[in-house]
Design a protein around this ligand. Structure first.
Ligand code: SF4
Length: 334
């Protein structure tokens, strides 16, 4: 799972350590893999040369303007980086490592397939700090259905390999893939949680134009999950990670409106998907609390979670009223 340009909202990262990330999006390099949900293989074929000088100029500019003391990282996203010719990859690293050596940037983060991680071997001394492994599922049947080209054993191998290199490890996971259901999503989450990642991202499967998944949807052999079902499964999965102390860095994708119109042909997209899932989690929490203590009529919650407790368009307040047949008040701790 590699992030396409429009899927990455770097301002939306919600990590326990505040980060400032400068993303470079590598486009124009068609991927040789055939993951059924991805349209990166259909890239233009026109190579956008990655100029080291441009990277250097942009980073100098960014550093000179950034006054905050947050951890600064450079990210390369957009395509599977290991498909790049080694000389291009080398140029990318050579452009960034001087900033890492001088402490102006604290590291490089990359999104990589588990079965390709060893191809980065020679770059681990060049400032790589975070590796996000694309792991759509840990179920080999699902991985085969989406033509992922690796199985779950590759994930265990990759994590073992990365642990020795002492980098932070994130997992990019998906729900709603062909062959998957809620049980599979939870089994995948349990297996991934056991590997103790530093953080996870959870993405609902969206159907993009020019993908095998879009063809399957047209033929009727794949039916995207509904928004309600996606929220339900994500709430369970995120709840599991949360209960084990594993940070969920992001839930859902951000897709700008114009690209939504051009590329998105199916699936449970909602611009506030993450907020909907967080609201559902808070709703479940409140229901449990009321069932345990039926006298509850109000909740006082941390100010930064107030909107999640109230719910998108005050939905949680209406749902509580409907379920328990009385009014509830939710306010922030003063
Ligand atoms: S490896 Fe798969 S998900 Fe990543 S860019 Fe290639 S086709 Fe897309």
């Amino acid at each position: 799972l590699c992030l396409n340009r429009f899927w990455f909202d770097y301002n939306g990262i919600n990590m326990s350590v505040k980060l400032s990330i400068y993303p470079f999006f590598l486009s124009g390099f068609p991927c040789s893999y055939r993951c059924s949900y991805c349209n990166s293989r259909g890239s233009s074929g026109v190579k956008d040369e990655v100029h080291a000088a441009t990277i250097t100029t942009e980073l100098k500019n960014w550093i000179s303007k950034s006054s905050d003391k947050r951890d600064r990282q450079v990210a390369f996203y957009g395509i599977e980086p290991t498909i790049l010719e080694q000389c291009i990859l080398e140029a990318l690293f050579e452009a960034v490592t001087p900033f890492v050596s001088t402490g102006q940037i604290q590291g490089i983060r990359l999104s990589v397939r588990p079965d390709r991680i060893r191809l980065l071997d020679r770059f681990f001394n060049s400032g790589i700090r975070v590796i996000e492994l694309g792991i759509p599922s840990m179920n080999d049947h699902v991985l085969s259905k989406i033509q992922r080209g690796h199985n779950s054993i590759s994930v265990y191998d990759a994590v073992r390999y990365l642990r020795k290199r002492r980098v932070e490890i994130g997992f990019q996971t998906m729900i709603g893939l062909p062959g998957s259901d809620k049980t599979e999503a939870m089994e995948t989450a349990h297996r991934l949680a056991a590997l103790k990642p530093d953080f996870v991202r959870i993405h609902p499967t969206l159907v993009l134009s020019d993908t095998f998944l879009a063809q399957e949807m047209d033929k009727g052999t794949y039916k995207p999950i509904t928004l309600d079902h996606a929220i339900d499964v994500c709430a369970d999965v995120a709840g599991l990670y949360g209960s084990l102390g594993i940070p969920v860095a992001r839930i859902g994708f951000h897709i700008p409106e114009d690209l939504r119109d051009n590329c998105l042909v199916g699936g449970p997209y909602h611009p506030a998907f993450g907020a909907l899932v967080r609201s559902e989690m808070r709703y479940r929490f409140m229901v449990k609390a009321i069932q345990k203590n039926p006298g509850i009529r109000s909740f006082t919650v941390p100010a930064d979670q107030l909107s999640d407790f109230i719910g998108y368009q005050r939905e949680n307040i209406s749902k509580l009223k409907k379920q328990f047949n009385r009014e509830f008040r939710i306010s922030a701790i003063q």
